[in-house]
Design a protein around this ligand. Structure first.
Ligand SMILES: NC(=O)c1ccc[n+]([C@@H]2O[C@H](COP(=O)([O-])OP(=O)(O)OC[C@H]3O[C@@H](n4cnc5c(N)ncnc54)[C@H](OP(=O)(O)O)[C@@H]3O)[C@@H](O)[C@H]2O)c1
Length: 433
């Protein structure tokens, strides 16, 4: 039986909206296998239909009228990616009241009017999905809603504004002044022409409010968060912090005071010990550390913005909204045959570390190198410590990319050389990131 089609109304075709359209098309088959639906964007609302677009979509899908999405009875999911707080609010309210599910990435709207919106959603018995509203592509919302549900959340500490993190990283690593780092961020498209929302700390504050509300089960009003931006940080602060063993990060901090049950909520530039894992979050990347009473510390890291990472979250929410309509939610694992079989281990390729304990005499290295050469394995570097025990010397070779099968053959041959003592030690040099 072919999969049923679920029609989606997409409001906004800017950075994120166009990314969602493009990536829904790109991974259409996979999403159909995983959700059991053809997810089809059947209408797209924009401000100006004539504008050049970041993705190609049939012109007949476009409208300048948001109500065309609301009034289409075939559309069951509305995706709000227009930003702002007034028309977006009306759109979401209208969708919920018409029995449609909602997906949004609008942190400003949720922070400012989440209380009202979720009350409407409750009354209409329809969900609002908002994974993209905090930390772009990082699945922090669902982690907190589902995977960490068993925990009292003790604290959430986040680097949740990529623009500020980029500026601070460049001030630390390249010694740039605040002004130069900001100009560079704007040039690279990491900061808006008007960067006020980011550098004032308010974009991070909107996200912190959502995380606090999610952690503690009530919407925190915007006037109850303390917010400071990074505008006053100067190169000398960066230098002093470095001397003292710290880095400066704009942190969103949400902390439960268990004695009083009160919630500390703030966004401030803060000093972090250089060895702390959040100190290594650089450039436009985001990370959120969540401390739960059962799980301890967990850390979520990834891209906090950008069309592809953010559309990953939006599409996940669309899939969730689709699954929500299904009578049978499934067993927890969807099987399909879009991918191939398990790769034989001998075909896997990497670089390697090889330590050979061998007799300390001339010509040994050449014999080992000859075996590697016969097996078409390149040597990247060789280390042999001058000081070693008696007549046996360790030789460490860093080897170039090669199939594991070839390396094992070479290893067997090296182990048989009469100048080699014991079985050589082999480890992969893993390609990560
Ligand atoms: N950019 C990111 O990396 C990112 C990450 C996470 C969350 N978000 C959130 O996602 C949302 C969208 O961000 P974006 O970067 O994609 O914004 P954007 O590039 O400015 O795009 C906004 C889109 O909405 C349309 N639009 C605005 N007002 C409208 C109206 N009244 N009726 C119909 N269409 C309207 C615009 O139409 P025109 O094109 O015709 O002007 C445009 O296509 C925002 O809430 C943002 O906070 C963004």
């Amino acid at each position: 039986m072919s999969a049923p089609t679920l029609k989606i109304g997409l409001a906004g075709f800017g950075n994120v909206g166009a990314g969602v359209y493009r990536n829904l098309e790109k991974n259409r088959k996979l999403l159909c296998e995983r959700t059991g639906y053809h997810l089809e964007i059947s209408r797209i609302a924009v401000r100006n239909r004539e504008k050049a677009r970041l993705a190609e979509a049939p012109t007949e899908l476009f409208t300048e009228n948001l109500s065309d999405l609301l009034d289409d009875p075939e559309i069951s999911i509305i995706v709000e990616l227009i930003g702002g707080t007034d028309q977006a609010f009306d759109l979401i309210k209208g969708a919920l009241e018409r029995g449609k599910s909602v997906v949004t990435g609008n942190k400003a709207l949720l922070a400012e009017r989440g209380r009202e919106l979720f009350a409407i959603a409750e009354a209409c018995d329809r969900p609002i999905h908002y994974e993209a509203a905090v930390a772009g592509g990082i699945p922090i919302i669902k982690a907190m809603q589902e995977s960490l549900i068993a925990n009292h959340i003790q604290s959430v500490t986040g680097i949740i504004n990529g623009t500020c993190n980029y500026i601070l990283t460049r001030m630390f690593e390249a010694g740039l002044s605040y002004e130069t780092a900001l100009a560079e961020a704007q040039e690279l498209g990491y900061a808006e022409a008007d960067p006020a929302l980011d550098i004032s700390g308010w974009d991070a504050a909107h996200k912190a409010i959502i995380l606090a509300s999610l952690s503690y089960g009530r919407w925190v009003p915007c006037d109850q968060i303390h917010v400071e931006g990074i505008e006053n940080i100067r190169s000398e602060d960066v230098n002093f912090a470095t001397t003292l063993g710290y880095v400066i990060k704009l942190l969103g901090v949400i902390r439960l005071h268990s004695e009083t049950r009160s919630i500390e909520l703030r966004v401030q530039p803060s000093l972090l010990p250089v060895r702390h894992i959040l100190a290594s979050v650089k450039g436009v990347f985001n990370a959120v550390a969540v401390q739960g009473d059962l799980v301890g510390e967990t850390i979520f890291y990834g891209s906090g913005a950008g069309a592809d990472p953010t559309s990953s979250s939006v599409i996940a929410d669309i899939a969730d909204a689709a699954m929500w309509t299904r009578p049978n939610p499934g067993s927890g694992l969807v099987t399909h045959s879009l991918y191939g079989d398990t790769l034989p281990i001998g075909d896997s390729i990497s670089k390697y570390y090889l330590r050979v304990d061998a007799e300390d005499r001339p010509g040994v290295l050449a014999r080992i190198a000859a075996v590697l050469g016969e097996n078409e394995i390149g040597i990247l570097s060789v280390i042999q410590p001058e000081e070693h025990e008696a007549d046996t010397a360790p030789i460490v070779l860093m080897l170039h990319y090669a199939p594991y099968r070839r390396i094992l053959t070479a290893l067997d041959q090296i182990a048989l050389l009469d100048c080699v003592r014991g079985r050589p030690i082999l480890m992969r040099v893993e390609d990560v990131g």
